[in-house]
Design a protein around this ligand. Structure first.
Ligand code: FDP
Length: 313
């Protein structure tokens, strides 16, 4: 059943929806705890210090005070959930082990505040989360048991999948996440595109692909934040986001564990696709926490066309 916003007076909250998903109680609990943590992150985004933290992350990028605070909020909540064994964060250098015995527990990779450099100009940002059963985090994204993101925009929304449909929740006036769209499906092809990276560093195949999209009359819709850019493509059900290999950066910019795997899992479960240009994102075997990859993600036909152009076909 596709539910349109505002058509029902009965609100379905996140916990109730998760309980209907045929997943174990620990996973329901974990996902609800992440949703709770996001309420503190949005508060930090709205009112927190916009300055730098004076530290850098595992990519050597300067951390903002908000990156550090959001990371601390998420990590504490995950540790206290009692159902997590290993945690990896885009803001931490190493895996944090909460519990050694992984029986019935989960491991979580997350980006606490993706796009944080956009907060000072008041653009949308988000939290991205990837969940695996057991202790292993360096495994193909296809093995995720759940993925979710929270978008801090004019409204706060949460999108999740546990491998059976993709569902959107919106924060209401009581700060509860209630169901707004169920079983989101993407069209095979779209007419918007969000291209990351400097175009004068694009390879010939990528440049030709962009010209093809322009000739087709596709509209450029790029905010510079991965979460809102993906959310737009997913919820409009049409289009593609790309951050390709660049001259001097053969793996592009975006991180496999913290950004690409969870978004690819969500988009594939909505009928879309995600590719590095060579293989599906979800088939990548990550070798390290900080691994990056080029990405084409969105409508399945658009991703197929991108891959063909990039490979000179
Ligand atoms: P940011 O560096 O502002 O945190 O991976 C982070 C990210 O933003 C994504 O949210 C976004 O899609 C991308 O980088 C933007 O990179 P460019 O500025 O190179 O387009």
């Amino acid at each position: 059943m596709i539910k349109q916003a505002g058509t029902s007076k009965f609100q379905i909250d996140l916990r109730r929806h998760l309980r209907s998903q045929n997943i174990c109680d620990n996973l329901v609990h974990l996902m609800c705890e992440i949703a709770e943590a996001s309420k503190y992150v949005i508060n930090a985004v709205r009112t927190g210090d916009l300055g730098v933290a004076g530290t850098s992350n595992l990519y050597g990028e300067e951390q903002l005070a908000l990156d550090v605070l959001s990371d601390r909020i998420m990590r504490k909540r995950l540790i206290h959930s009692g159902v997590v064994c290993n945690i990896a964060s885009e803001e931490m250098d190493e895996i944090y082990q909460c519990q050694a015995n992984a029986d019935g527990l989960y491991s979580v990779a997350y980006d606490p505040l993706d796009g944080s450099s956009l907060v000072d100009v008041n653009l949308a940002v988000g939290t991205i989360v990837s969940i695996y059963a057991g202790s292993e985090l360096l495994q193909p994204g296809r093995n995720q048991v759940a993925a979710m993101y929270i978008l801090y925009g004019p409204r706060v929304s949460l999108v999740y999948t546990v491998g059976d449909g993709v569902h959107e929740f919106t924060m209401n006036n009581l700060m509860e996440y209630t169901l707004t769209r169920e079983n989101i499906r993407m069209k095979p092809e779209g007419d918007i595109y969000a291209p990351g990276g400097l175009r004068n560093k694009y390879t010939e195949g990528n440049e030709k692909f962009i010209r093809h999209l322009e000739d087709k009359g596709c509209k450029l819709r790029y905010s510079g934040g991965f979460v809102p850019d993906i959310n737009q493509v997913l919820l409009k059900g049409k289009g593609l986001f790309m951050y390709p290999a660049l001259q001097g950066s053969p793996n592009g910019k975006l991180r496999v564990l913290f950004e690409l795997n969870p978004m690819a899992f969500i988009v594939e479960h909505a009928g879309g696709a995600a590719s590095t240009g060579t293989i599906p994102i979800l088939d990548l075997q990550p070798e390290s926490l900080d691994q990056r990859a080029p990405v084409y993600i969105g409508c399945a036909e658009d991703v197929k066309t991108a891959v063909a152009f990039v490979n000179g076909k």
